[in-house]
Ligand binder design. Sequence first.
Ligand SMILES: CCCCCCCCCC(=O)SCCNC(=O)CCNC(=O)[C@H](O)C(C)(C)COP(=O)(O)OP(=O)(O)OC[C@H]1O[C@@H](n2cnc3c(N)ncnc32)[C@H](O)[C@@H]1OP(=O)(O)O
Length: 254
Amino acid sequence: MTRSVGRIFSGFRCFGSLPFGNPPLKTQCSSVLFRTTSERTLMHALPKIFGRKPRDFSLPNSSWGKEMMQLYNHYNRLSKETTEGQEDHGEQWTRLPSYNRTLKYATGGVYLSKIIQSKARLFTRNIRDPGASFEYVIFFRQDKLKCACIFQAGHLLEGAPGHVHGGAIATMIDTITGTHASLLSAPVMTANLNINYRSPIPLGSTVLIESILDKEDGRKRYISCRVTSTDGSKLHTEATGLFLSISVSHLLKR
Ligand SMILES: CCCCCCCCCC(=O)SCCNC(=O)CCNC(=O)[C@H](O)C(C)(C)COP(=O)(O)OP(=O)(O)OC[C@H]1O[C@@H](n2cnc3c(N)ncnc32)[C@H](O)[C@@H]1OP(=O)(O)O
C-alpha cells in the first residue's frame, strides 16, 4: 500500500509540476509539458483506458467574448511549440489544460480519486452551461515563474448587484496562485490568502489575473497576484498567498 501510494504520489506531482525543482522528475515532466504543442499539452499523459477524451475547459467556447478571445489569441500566439534541444526566443508561455476531475486525470490519479471521492469535481469547472460562471484559461511563463489568467465572470457569480461576488474573486485568486504554487511543487495546500478588493468587477466582464512567485522557503511558496482590467489600466484586486507543499498522506487523513 505504502509503495503504491508512493508511485501514485510521483505521478500526481508530475501532473502539476513543471520541469524544475525536482531533478528526477525533470525528464518525465518535460516530455509531458514541453515537447508537445500547447493544444496537445498533457493530453498525451492520459492513459488510454479513459476511452472518452475528457473536456479541456481552457479551450475557447461560444460564450467567450471579444476581450477574452483577443487575450487568449495573444497568449496562444506566444505559446509556440517547443521541442527538445530547441532554444526559446522571447516570451514563451504554456497554456495549462483544465479538467473537471483533476485528480483522476493525473498520472495514476484514477486510483487516488477513488480512494478520496469518486464524485468529486473541480469547483470552478462544474457548471456545464458555457459562460454562466467561471470561464478562464491560465498560461504559465516558465522563465519568469509567472502565470497569467484570463477570466470572464458569468451571471451566476453575482455578489453586489451587477458585480462579481468577492468569494468568486477569491476562488479565482486561490485557483491561479494555487495552480502556480503546484507547478513549482505539487501537491500544495493554501495556508493563507490575503485579499484587498480595490474596485468592483462588473459582471460579464473579462479581467486579467497575473501571479508571480515572491519567495520560496523550504515547503513554503509565497505567491502574489493582481486582478486588473485586460489592458492593465484598472486595478480590481490584489492578493498574496502562502502555499505549503504537503505529502499525499495529508490528503488521506480523515
Ligand atoms: C489543477 C487544479 C488546481 C486548482 C488549484 C486550486 C488550489 C486550491 C488550493 C486550496 O484551496 S487548498 C484548500 C484550503 N486549504 C486548506 O484547507 C488547508 C488547511 N490547512 C492545512 O491542511 C494545514 O494547516 C497546512 C497543510 C496548510 C499546514 O500544515 P502542515 O502540518 O503541513 O504544516 P505546519 O503546521 O507544520 O507548518 C509548517 C510551516 O508553515 C507555517 N504555516 C502553516 N500554516 C500557516 C499559516 N496559515 N500562515 C503562516 N504560516 C503558516 C508554520 O508556521 C510552519 O512554519 P516553520 O516551518 O517556519 O515553523
